[in-house]
Ligand binder design. Sequence first.
Ligand SMILES: *Cc1c(COP(=O)(O)O)cnc(C)c1O
Length: 382
Amino acid sequence: MNPGAESKPLVRLSRSSTGEAEITAVAEAVRRAALGMGVEVESFEQELAAYIGGQRQVICVNTGTSALQLAVQACGLGPGDEVLVPTLTFVASFQAISATGATPVACDVCEDDACLDPADAARRITPRTKAIMPVHYASGPGRLDEIYALAQRHNLRVIEDAAHAFGGTWQGRRVGAVGDVVCFSFDGIKNITSGEGGAVVTADARVVARVQDARLLGVEKDTEKRYAGQRSWEFDVTTQGWRYHLSNVFAALGRAQLRRLAGEFAPRRVQLARRYVERLAGVPGVRHLNLDYGSVVPHIFPIFISGGKRDVVREALRAENIESGIHYKPNHLLTLFGGGKVRLPVAEKLYAEMLTLPLHSELTNSEQDRVLAVLARRHVAG
Ligand SMILES: *Cc1c(COP(=O)(O)O)cnc(C)c1O
């Protein structure tokens, strides 16, 4: 351990960026003292829909995980059904599927983009397979067109875990503007945050109605009434629901963040990622994903270090008081999801090599230079 490390200022892996705009927005929501789900949530949903485009409806919920769970549930899945999902994702994707009673089926990823491998997914299709959940890993779309083609051939629903990808575009349209059902997360460190929060985006009116009801304990048509400032006293419930709605306070914060995305957060994240790409070009043994930062707003910046040196690099960063991350431990290795009974060799190889470097919109160039200086040391990476 470097004895000087503690005295060097900490470089954070990720963090939220909040300021006066968010403080004012939240304070106003609190002052109005209508803290549950109401007009602020309705406005956030409308602004998100306008931003995303494509005539989509947006339903906000309390986390990205509940967005995924309600999306799976609203597609009619439950016990006995299987969902194909890449193993390299936040455990939220797997838990959201299993929360519905359906079974997540871990699939391997492609080495070039760390996203779902459509060929591996195709091999795991059974008569019980009902949906596929591609993950926009590090905000990249992966082979999304092939996945939609596969889904069409096998009559599968597609539920995109786009938690990393808010603000990006795919085939010239905003992520969420096309596709079957697309889910976002607004947790504290995502491209925009509402404190905690998430959204389901779709053009499927049945899915919209089911998610709207399911987020409010299954109380039918409660959303319309709450947006009109009323409360349901006389109602029916026909399906399992949850208490997953977003609060006005959180929506106020999300609205303030959405206004800062295009001018501040997105360009800064892109600029930092491009700077990493440029300056890592000469570093031997270090690979990064080949993403198009003309269309991707990067949530994380993972690199892959060959030669068994990942932990050496990680330790060298730690010695300089620089945080790093590992996105992610493959889910098929977790006890609940099989404990490694299947082998997914590409994901396991990437897991041994991956290291996520600091990236957030408040990271400074000089902080990034400290990260790059460690990687450039001859004995560290190459
Ligand atoms: C953040 C995240 C989620 C879950 O979102 P929460 O808002 O934290 O519940 C799901 N999938 C991925 C890939 C994520 O990064």
